[in-house]
Ligand binder design. Structure first.
Ligand SMILES: [Zn+2]
Ligand SMILES: [Zn+2]
Length: 294
């Protein structure tokens, strides 16, 4: 019990830095940029455009921030970089023959639209009282607990969706696109086929059934849409003068070896279902010990 509490509050731990950073981003988005739910009764260009532009801005700030620091300014050099090679240029594997441009296209050009579509649809449902709305004043404990549960739910959902799209027909037509990035970079996280993005972001459909506040929904959606930046940027943190723990060797190994590490490492589903790989040929001595989702 004491160890669990320590893991929750320690740095890095369950809360710090990733989950609280994403919660802070969602809170800022909620208070500063989210259209009032009462406005969303009708599907109108004004509030839909506001949500879309805000989501695009978040993508450029979050994914672009990692890209700027790690790949343009190269502030960390190759220190901690899993693969010493930089993103592919002049490669026919990628759109525009450039891995980063390809990844930006699938992230901003396609995933941003699907992200916004989920958000617009759900806000419309909330505004029209078609889905259950949790009042935080009436259920304050439940309201707070939901924020703790959402990251676990995300990993659980991701694991099973990910296993589904590794089913050969879906892999061949859908998930192959994400796996072109055997050496992923900051923009690779949401570089997905649209069918994969729809399945991946379906994590938020739980809020259509389980009573939630629209802020829970927003946090869940932004956690899913922005979180992959840290899992794909290809560096083992800490970065920023060794102050910011980030990176996912766990998911990097998935891009290297494909048939392993379908989930993340907070919920040990890969260990339970025999798909865990620690990267070492003899399976002994995990480099991943203590690593959590970034
Ligand atoms: Zn990936
Ligand atoms: Zn995969």
């Amino acid at each position: 019990m004491a160890a669990t509490c320590k893991w929750v509050v320690s740095y890095p731990g369950f809360l710090w830095p990733t989950n609280l950073l994403l919660l802070a981003i969602s809170a800022a988005a909620w208070f500063l940029t989210q259209p009032d739910v009462a406005r969303c009764v009708h599907l109108e260009a004004g509030w839909i455009g506001q949500v879309y532009l805000r989501n695009l801005a978040l993508m450029w700030l979050y994914y672009g921030g990692f890209h700027l620091h790690l790949y343009i300014l190269k502030r960390e050099g190759t220190k901690g970089k899993y693969d010493p090679n930089w993103p592919a240029e002049n490669s026919r594997r990628f759109l525009f023959h450039d891995q980063v441009y390809d990844n930006i296209f699938w992230t901003c050009g396609v995933a941003g639209l699907i992200w916004t579509a989920y958000e617009v649809g759900t806000l419309w449902l909330y505004a029209n009282h078609r889905i259950p709305w949790l009042e935080w004043t009436r259920h304050p404990v439940y309201f707070v607990l939901w924020f703790f549960v959402i990251p676990f739910w995300r990993e659980f959902h991701f694991y099973w969706v990910h296993r589904l799209i590794h089913w050969k027909p879906l892999y061949r037509h859908v998930h192959y696109l994400h796996h072109k990035n055997s050496n992923p970079n900051a923009w690779s996280g949401m570089a997905m086929h649209p069918v994969e993005t729809i399945l991946y972001l379906s994590v938020v459909l739980i809020h259509w059934v389980v009573p939630s506040h629209p802020f829970h929904f927003l946090f869940d959606l932004q956690h899913a849409a922005l979180g992959p930046a840290g899992g794909h940027h290809g560096f083992e943190g800490p970065i920023l003068n060794d102050k910011f723990p980030t990176g996912s060797y766990f998911h990097y190994l998935h891009h290297r070896y494909f048939e392993c590490n379908y989930g993340e490492s907070t919920v040990p589903l890969d260990r339970w279902f025999g798909t865990f790989r620690d990267g070492l040929p003899d399976g002994a001595g995990s480099k991943l010990a203590g690593e959590h989702q970034d």
